[in-house]
Design a protein around this ligand. Structure first.
Ligand SMILES: C[S@@+](CC[C@H](N)C(=O)[O-])C[C@H]1O[C@@H](n2cnc3c(N)ncnc32)[C@H](O)[C@@H]1O
Length: 330
């Protein structure tokens, strides 16, 4: 949700004219914009408040050289046979998103991940299981309980087991690894704790939700837990799908968003500021432009029409919006 994947060619075109060597992707999400920057041979600092985006960018952005070999994969999948085991997932999610066999697979896989001593290899394994977990869900979301066997619509992604997906996804992540000759990093934390000092800061914060189902945690709580085996995560006791408590972010509320943008622009005022925004969001373009002008003498807006899909099949939920890149320089 909110991925800029389809807008990458446009973002690339607009940013190609701006001189910069180092860049902070302050709200990295899926990591696709960081990956664009990496491909542009920039030094990339990728950050997100949640754990699962930071695993994705460790595997693909910070990682310049490490692959998961056949041997690693064998070790990983053989952990159970060596007496290593975990049980949290099968105990917590029985009958919710996957078959019992698959829940056991996830526990066993995590037991294997704990045995690996290279964090970069761990990140590839976790990234691969995150993507597998999404593909094996009928709508790629974790809002409704029900195992995937119920859906018989012939889609390959629903026919493959989690284990089959995982092996395939390890191959995909391996083939995404490349070096751009720079030391790139990935962190997980609040944007207001991110170090300053890079030439350009790309900001794609969450929007004030127009509807309740716009919330990342509601849709992706299972991925957030799976990325860290629910370490330090609080599961809501009243939730049928075992949601994690939503972390507070000032960008998601009308009464705190404006002030949050002001603090954001002030924090990174010495860098070129690039804000991704869209016409269906609050605050509006005019307010954001004014705010950025407090810290930057030149503010330009680039615009593109874009159709968003909100993660389900209803045509009515498709939305045509104007996408903006608001760029503050000097
Ligand atoms: C719109 S998404 C970013 C999408 C990303 N550009 C992409 O193309 O996939 C916003 C991200 O901001 C993160 N986030 C929300 N509040 C944050 C905060 N205070 N500090 C850092 N990240 C935050 C969310 O976890 C989410 O991944």
């Amino acid at each position: 949700m909110g991925s800029k994947f389809k807008l990458l060619p446009w973002i690339h075109e607009v940013l190609s004219d701006i001189p910069f060597e180092s860049v902070t992707d302050a709200f990295s999400g899926s990591g696709v914009v960081s990956y664009l920057f990496k491909s542009m041979r920039k030094q990339v600092f990728s950050n997100d408040a949640l754990a699962f985006p930071s695993v994705l960018s460790t595997a693909t952005i910070a990682n310049n050289t490490t692959h998961l070999t056949e041997n690693d994969l064998e070790e990983l999948l053989g952990a159970k046979a060596r007496g290593k085991s975990e049980e949290f997932i099968r105990q917590t999610f029985q009958g919710i998103f996957y078959t019992n066999e698959e829940l056991v697979f996830l526990d066993d896989l995590w037991a294997g991940i704990r045995c690996m001593d290279a964090p970069m290899k761990q990140s590839i394994a976790i990234a691969a299981i995150l993507r597998s977990a999404v593909k094996r869900q009928p709508r790629g979301l974790f809002t409704v309980a029900g195992d995937p066997e119920r859906y018989k619509d012939g889609r390959r992604d629903l026919k493959l087991t989690l284990r089959e997906h995982f092996i395939e996804q390890v191959g995909c992540y391996n083939s995404a690894v490349f070096s751009n000759g720079k030391r790139n990093t990935s962190t997980s934390g609040d944007v207001f704790d991110v170090l300053v000092g890079n030439d350009l800061v790309y900001m794609d914060p969450p929007y004030v939700p127009l509807a309740d189902d716009n919330c990342y945690m509601k849709r992706y709580h299972f991925l957030e837990g799976l990325a860290c085996y629910w370490q330090d995560k609080e599961i809501m006791t009243t939730s049928k799908v075992r949601k994690i408590t939503k972390p507070f972010t000032p960008f998601a509320y009308r009464h705190t968003a404006l002030d949050a943008f002001d603090r954001l622009f002030r924090k990174f005022a010495d860098s070129t500021l690039v804000l991704s925004y869209s016409s269906n969001a609050y605050p509006d373009l005019g307010s954001l432009r004014k705010l950025m002008q407090r810290y930057k003498s030149s503010v330009d807006v680039f615009e593109k029409t874009h159709r968003y899909h909100f993660g389900n099949h209803e045509a009515s939920k498709r939305n045509l919006v104007q996408e903006y890149l608001i760029i503050g320089t000097s």
